[in-house]
Design a protein around this ligand. Structure first.
Ligand SMILES: *[C@@H]1O[C@H](CO)[C@@H](O)[C@H](O)[C@H]1NC(C)=O
Length: 333
């Protein structure tokens, strides 16, 4: 998988020397990561070799049977003409492969869910029908991303049907072990006894969760899946556009609906036109991951990444370059 990944990098990027040096350093980082993860007694396998299969029914209670925690993501391809995410198929696939590589190297099993998993849920049809009433027409109301916005809702149901656990967007990458605790791999129990937890909080908000990294038991995923659906239904008249993210942020006022922990670094606070330095490391302290969202890469100052820009194709390269630098600067042996 890695070999394929880097071949794609080279094909896409021609023979720019910045990119070939990136490639060398990424390979080096893989080896470093390899050693890093070996520190953990429970995880001594080759992070890029044979991986255990993720049990579909990896219930919170039976997760002890597997040695690694599971990180799910959701990806369902959308036909080009129905998509307005700023990504093309190849860039999406590259990002997804990089996502798997990084979480696996951080000691997790990864599994990519799609619509078929959501359809396994006994209430899928009801959910699909009720979703018709939720306004998903995009900021400009033109409906250019309806399918994408539907999938963003369905992923919550997909998580409920595979038994719950952790879910990450595939543009969200682990810092060190992705546990938020230095030198400590994620253990196999879900945080907060499986109660629904959102790890990214909108800056300046009072606990408005961003759904890029979350965890919960299957019952909790189901509870939240219907809470965000109801939120969408409640805004059917007053909004042209609603999303699972708006819903989650809006629902912060509902006492006890979910726990918000500020443990994801927003790409915007990490891409600022100069290289990450040692005295920036406090910004990533206690963070599980960094979220290179489309907007954060597109609208940040990337002038320190020579030869790279905020295009879909460069997004994964910006991520790799930032991660390499972060490890060099913040990860003292
Ligand atoms: C959805 O996931 C299943 C199970 O992993 C897989 O067999 C199937 O090919 C996936 N569907 C698509 C469209 O990728």
């Amino acid at each position: 998988m890695c070999a394929i990944f880097f071949v794609i990098l080279v094909l896409l990027s021609g023979n720019s020397s910045e990119v070939s040096s990136l490639r060398e350093v990424s390979t080096k980082n893989e080896m470093e990561m390899h050693q890093l993860t070996r520190v953990d007694g429970t995880f001594s396998g080759d992070p890029y070799g044979t991986m255990e299969k993720t049990p579909l029914k990896a219930r919170a209670g039976s997760v002890q049977e597997v040695r690694r925690p599971v990180m799910f993501t959701f990806y369902e391809p959308i036909p080009e003409e129905l998509r307005n995410t700023g990504m093309d198929d190849q860039s999406d696939r590259m990002l997804l492969q990089a996502w798997e590589k990084h979480w696996q190297a951080a000691g997790w099993q990864t599994q990519v869910l799609n619509l078929s998993h959501a359809k396994l849920h006994p209430r899928f049809e009801e959910y699909e029908r009720r979703l018709q009433d939720v306004p998903l027409n995009g900021m400009d109301g033109k409906g250019r991303n309806v399918q994408y916005n539907q999938f963003c809702y369905f992923r919550w149901l997909a998580m409920a049907s595979v038994g719950g656990g952790f879910m990450s967007d595939y543009d969200n990458f682990p810092l060190q072990f992705g546990s938020g605790v230095p030198n400590q791999p994620q253990n196999l129990q879900l945080p907060n006894q499986g109660r629904f937890t959102v790890y990214s909080v909108a800056s300046g908000s009072e606990g408005a969760g961003i759904p890029c990294l979350m965890s919960g038991s299957d019952g909790e995923w189901m509870r939240l899946a219907f809470a965000i659906l109801r939120s969408g239904e409640a805004h059917a008249r007053d909004e042209k556009h609603w999303t699972d993210m708006f819903a989650l942020m809006d629902l912060r006022h509902e006492q006890g609906l979910y726990i918000a922990q500020n443990e994801v670094l927003d790409g915007r606070s990490a891409l600022f036109g100069r290289h990450w330095q040692e005295n920036d490391c406090h910004l990533s302290q206690g963070k599980r991951a960094i979220h290179f969202s489309h907007d954060s890469v597109k609208n940040s100052d990337l002038s320190n990444f020579v030869g790279l820009s905020g295009t879909a194709q460069d997004r994964v390269l910006v991520m790799e370059a930032w991660m390499r630098r972060w490890r060099e600067v913040c990860q003292h042996p």
